[in-house]
Structures are given as structure tokens and as C-alpha cells.
Design a protein around this ligand. Structure first.
Ligand SMILES: Nc1nc2c(ncn2[C@@H]2O[C@H](COP(=O)(O)OP(=O)(O)OP(=O)(O)O)[C@@H](O)[C@H]2O)c(=O)[nH]1
Ligand SMILES: [Mg+2]
Length: 576
């Protein structure tokens, strides 16, 4: 730490991401072993790896939860997050990204770039997380580093620099010098005049990595412990962070869990300032007291009194923060990219109380908001949203393990949504004896994927700010059902035009009724449409099949972009 400026340069969070089975957990295990964070080197295949510690993960040999570990190296403290690679747990992976200072994308040297690698790469670019590549499994017969590098250049970026042989303790070979020089005019001129000077070039390379301009790549075998030491050394040299602990506290919630005693754990990445036990912290405008701070390493933790900017920790005592929330001075709330496209109904014994079942599912939903648990009053069924069938199997196991509850799930169905095609106005009037509220809403179709957006043009002469805010709260407090199939409505701009309350008769809940009535009336006045989720995807096929595939896509009403040819294969990007 630099005590003169309040800058902290010692905390770095590194995330590991990849397609399923590329070797993330094995890689993490080696890193933790090399840095003496763990004493014994476990193996995923022997069910004793440090980060796949949950029974479900051991049984299936896949990572399901984004777990973290801590290690020290040189003068830095590293937080390591191992993410799941299976597509069903993509939301869990995405939520961890925002906590990362740097990412390591693992690619199997034998399998090359795979489907989930592309999703990971797109998310990392969206969140602008500087990225290293590690080509793993070089011990496998058929592993081909050059071919994988070519795939990276073709699918992801031409700015990848393979540094296994060209970068040693901060010294660069000619090839790497040229690579950097080509990307920085000033440095290039300096080089022509003064020749190569290690310090300047290293600073420049670190900055380019940090700014997402170049992406270093190394290779090795996590299982055979080849290239791990060198990866660590280079990672340490080439990465830096600057956090400031003299500012006010701000942080972002990236994970929620419950421990075995049922304590709610809010995992926060501190972005500035410090946080102490027994301090109060703001989430939106609610203040809550921090009763304990834990630094987690696998499933073990140590408690600390104070945490600093750049650290990852779990707080006990906060009940209202949800994943993606800003805390302290950070008010920004994160919206995640990955959406679930399937839903399934929960099947459980009739003797069970629905309220209990719902309570337990709501606990899981706090930890994974993408589950979007819904009690459908009309169908009298409980629905969960999911990415795929493996996720359902895991949910079933979790319910039994954590709450002693045996549940099953119905078949997976498509999660449809509804929206409107033309502008309309809805009037909601609620006036049974002793109550009164009136709400006028304008409903307009919004762009695809814009969700529900609330506007307000109501004058305070007609409705107090408090009541106007109530309308907004009721719009956002839950999904609203469309009139075609009862699916949630989306992509709507809703404007509060005006409303009315009564001094004596308006009471709590009246504006909820009036708002819902206005919404329903508005929907009933206009043309509604059903929205079906669709995927954008990429196909790689032999050139011979191109004609047939293009005609099939057209027959199925698909659209495609101009095919790209490489080697002997062809790629189509298609979407509907
Ligand atoms: N030959 C070889 N096998 C490896 C290497 N690294 C990992 N494996 C094996 O690959 C399999 C998957 O390894 P994991 O570490 O669980 O992979 P992962 O990326 O964490 O998988 P998920 O978390 O489920 O996405 C295991 O059987 C490992 O032993 C390697 O360098 N060489
Ligand atoms: Mg894993």
C-alpha cells in the first residue's frame, strides 16, 4: 500500500473462465498449490479438488458454483474465482465477472475454441475485463498450440500475443517488441532512436493489457503441472490494480449465499474506501449494519474487522442487498446479459405447504436471481426459470440437501413473453367503500430487450410525489402478466400521465390496485403479441454442406450473415 496517496496496489482479483472441462478447476488447484495456499494438490477426478468442494460438484465432476480462494504471491494478495463452464450455469459465471480485475480464459489445446468459450469472450469484452489466455492440456496427444492460436485470431482477436517463449521476467524478445511497437507509434519512434529499454516497454505492455488492447497467451498442462509457475510469474509481472482507500466506501454485490446456520452472506467487491465491522452501509437508501466480515478461501473463512478497496469479502448482517446492487456511494445496479429461456413447474407432495416450498425456493432465488420463481395464481403452480435440464437435476438435489424437501419438475417449456404493437392508454379506478385511487397510464411498445421503462409526466397538483412513486414501485415490484397467454409482459414504455387520491379514503394498497387495473385495461385496448426467445448461433461445417445448410435455414425462416471460409470449413452466423 502507498501510504502517501492512499492507493492500494496489492489486491488483484483473477477469474478463470472456459468451456466445460477445459481444466479451470485443475488450473486453480495448481495455482493454489504453487502459492502455498493449499498443502495438498487435489484432483477433480479424485473428488478432492479445493474449489469443487460441494458434494454435487464432486459427484458430477463439474463446477456448479463460482467459488473463490485467496493466495499471496510476491507482494500482492490475489483473489481467485473459479467459474462453472457448463452452459446451464452461465448466469453464475456471468455474475462473477464484474468482480474480476483480470480474466484467464482456458482453452483446451486438444479441443480448441468451443461454444462456451465464445460466450465467455463476448461477456468479457462487454464488461471490459483485461484477459489472458491459457492453452491447456498440451500433454494430450493431438494438442496443437499454433492451431488454437489461429482459432483465437479468427474467432476472437488478432491482438493476441503468445508470450510463452518471448517474455521472460519482463524481458521481451524481438518478436514481442515488434508486436508492441506496431501498436504504439510513440514507443516505436523511441525504439528507432534509443533502442529497447526494458522499463518503458514493460510499462507500455502492462497498460495495453489493462486497456484491453492486447491479450497475452501462455500454454501448458494444468494436470501435469507444466507452465503453471511461468504463468503465475508472468501474470504477476503483467497485471496491476489501483484502488483508493481514502475515498468513501463503495462496492458491488456479486454473490449471495447462506451458510449452514442460515446466515445470509452478501459477497461484495470493495471498489473504494474501507468498511469496518459494526459500520452502517447504504444499499439504495436503506442503511444496514455490518455484523461480521468474512474472507472466504474455498468453504473456509476467517473473520476480519476491516476490509480495504480491492478486496473480496462476505458480509453478515445485510438483508436487503441483491446481486448486482451497488453499496455505499455506488448507486449503479447491474443488468445481466444472460437470460433464461426455459421454465418448468415444480411438482411436490400435496401434503406440503405451498408457502414453505415457496420460501425455500425464494432462498435459492436470492442466490440465483435468474431462477425467477413465480407462483402462478391462475394455474396454481410454482414455476422456475432455467437454462437447461442439468440445472433442474441440481436444483432437485439442492432442495433435498439443504431443506430436506423432495421435489420434482415438470417438462421444460419455452419461457414466452408478451408485448404490445401500438400505443394505448389505460385507466385504473379503484373505489370500493372507504378506498380511493385513480391512475392513468400510457403504454407504448419499446425496443426489443428494453424491458419495462417507467416515465412520469404527472403534475404534483394532481398527485403527490409520494403517490407517484407508489405507482412506479407497483410497476416494478413484480412481473405483470400479458392477456394472451399469461406470460410476463416486456418491452413497454409506461408513462404515468395523471392520477388522483382522496384525502380521507386513500389507503395503503389502493394505488397498487389502480395501477394494475390501468395496466390491464391498457393491454386490453390494443394489439398484443407473443414473443418467442431465439438464439443467435454459429455453425461450422465442411464447404460441401454449405448449399444445403443455407437452404435449410431459409426454409425455417432463419436469417444468416455472409458465410466466412477458413481452411476447408465455412462459418455461418445465423439468427431469426
Ligand atoms: N490431459 C489433461 N487433462 C486435464 C488437464 N487439465 C485438466 N484435465 C482433466 O480435464 C477434466 C476436467 O477438468 P476440470 O478442472 O474439472 O475442468 P473445468 O474446466 O473446471 O470443468 P467445469 O468446471 O465443469 O467446467 C478432468 O478430468 C481433468 O483431470 C491437462 O492439462 N491435461
Ligand atoms: Mg471446474
Amino acid at each position: 500500500m502507498n501510504h502517501f496517496t492512499g492507493e492500494i496496489e496489492m489486491n488483484k482479483t483473477i477469474g478463470i473462465l472456459a468451456h466445460v472441462d477445459a481444466g479451470k478447476t485443475t488450473f486453480a488447484e495448481q495455482i493454489l498449490y504453487h502459492t502455498n495456499s493449499i498443502k495438498n494438490r487435489g484432483r477433480v477426478d479424485h473428488k478432492n479438488s479445493f474449489l469443487d468442494s460441494h458434494n454435487i460438484e464432486k459427484e458430477r465432476g463439474i463446477t456448479v458454483f463460482s467459488d473463490q480462494a485467496v493466495f499471496d504471491y510476491n507482494s500482492s494478495t490475489y483473489y481467485l474465482i473459479d467459474t462453472p463452464g457448463h452452459v446451464d450455469f452461465s448466469s453464475e459465471m456471468e455474475r462473477a465477472i464484474k468482480a474480476m480485475d483480470y480474466a484467464v480464459v482456458i482453452i483446451s489445446g486438444a479441443e480448441g475454441v468451443q461454444g462456451q468459450t465464445e460466450i465467455v469472450w463476448e461477456l468479457l469484452r462487454k464488461y471490459e475485463v483485461p484477459t489472458f489466455f491459457f492453452i491447456n492440456k498440451t500433454d494430450r496427444i493431438g494438442a496443437n498450440i499454433q492451431a488454437v492460436l489461429e482459432e483465437i485470431r479468427l474467432n476472437f482477436t488478432k491482438e493476441v500475443c503468445y508470450i510463452t517463449d518471448s517474455f521472460n521476467d519482463g524481458e521481451m524478445n524481438l518478436e514481442l517488441i515488434e508486436f508492441i511497437a506496431e501498436r504504439d507509434d510513440i514507443l516505436f519512434e523511441k525504439y528507432l532512436e534509443e533502442g529497447y529499454k526494458k522499463g518503458i516497454w514493460l510499462t507500455c505492455m502492462k497498460k495495453m493489457i489493462k486497456e484491453n488492447k492486447i491479450f497475452p497467451c501462455l500454454s501448458g498442462s494444468a494436470l501435469q503441472d507444466i507452465g503453471i509457475d511461468s504463468f503465475l510469474k508472468n501474470l504477476d509481472i503483467l497485471t496491476y490494480t489501483k484502488y483508493c482507500d481514502e475515498e468513501q466506501f463503495s462496492g458491488q454485490v456479486y454473490k449471495i449465499r447462506h451458510d449452514e446456520q442460515g446466515n445470509r452472506l452478501t459477497y461484495i467487491k470493495a471498489l473504494s474506501g474501507t468498511l469496518k465491522v459494526r459500520e452502517e452501509v447504504a444499499i439504495d437508501n436503506i442503511y444496514e449494519k455490518v455484523s461480521q466480515i468474512r474472507i472466504y478461501n474455498g468453504h473456509k473463512f476467517k473473520t476480519v474487522d476491516k476490509v480495504f478497496a480491492g478486496e473480496l469479502f462476505a458480509v453478515v448482517g445485510l438483508s436487503s442487498a441483491i446481486i448486482g446492487d451497488g453499496v455505499g456511494t455506488l448507486k449503479e445496479k447491474l443488468n445481466y446479459e444472460i437470460v433464461t429461456t426455459l421454465k418448468s413447474k415444480v411438482i411436490f407432495d400435496k401434503s406440503l405447504n405451498i408457502k414453505d416450498v415457496l420460501t425455500y425456493f425464494k432462498i435459492l432465488e436470492e442466490e440465483d436471481p435468474a431462477l425467477n420463481i413465480i407462483w402462478d395464481e391462475r394455474l396454481r403452480e410454482l414455476q422456475v426459470h432455467i437454462m437447461g435440464i442439468i440445472q433442474l437435476e441440481i436444483l432437485k438435489q439442492l432442495m433435498e440437501e439443504r431443506f430436506n424437501l423432495i421435489v420434482d419438475f415438470g417438462p421444460c417449456e419455452i419461457a414466452y413473453k408478451e408485448t404490445i404493437l401500438t400505443k394505448t392508454t389505460g385507466y385504473g379506478h379503484f373505489e370500493p367503500l372507504g378506498h380511493y385511487a385513480e391512475v392513468h397510464l400510457r403504454l407504448e411498445p419499446g425496443p426489443r430487450d428494453s424491458g419495462i421503462i417507467f416515465h412520469n409526466t404527472c403534475h404534483t397538483d394532481n398527485l403527490t410525489v409520494g403517490n407517484q412513486n407508489l405507482v412506479k414501485t407497483h410497476i416494478y415490484e413484480r412481473d405483470h402478466r400479458g392477456i394472451l397467454t399469461g406470460s410476463p409482459i416486456t418491452d413497454l414504455k409506461i408513462t404515468l400521465l395523471t392520477g388522483r387520491a382522496h384525502n380521507k379514503h386513500t389507503s395503503g394498497g389502493d394505488f397498487r390496485e389502480a395501477t394494475l387495473r390501468a395496466l390491464r385495461q391498457g393491454l386490453g385496448n390494443t394489439k398484443n403479441v407473443l414473443l418467442e426467445p431465439y438464439y443467435r448461433f454459429k455453425m461450422e461445417v465442411d464447404l460441401d454442406y454449405m448449399g444445403r445448410i443455407l437452404s435449410d435455414i431459409q426454409k425455417l425462416n432463419g436469417l444468416f450473415e455472409a458465410p466466412q471460409t477458413f481452411y476447408n470449413k465455412v462459418t455461418h452466423i445465423i439468427h431469426r
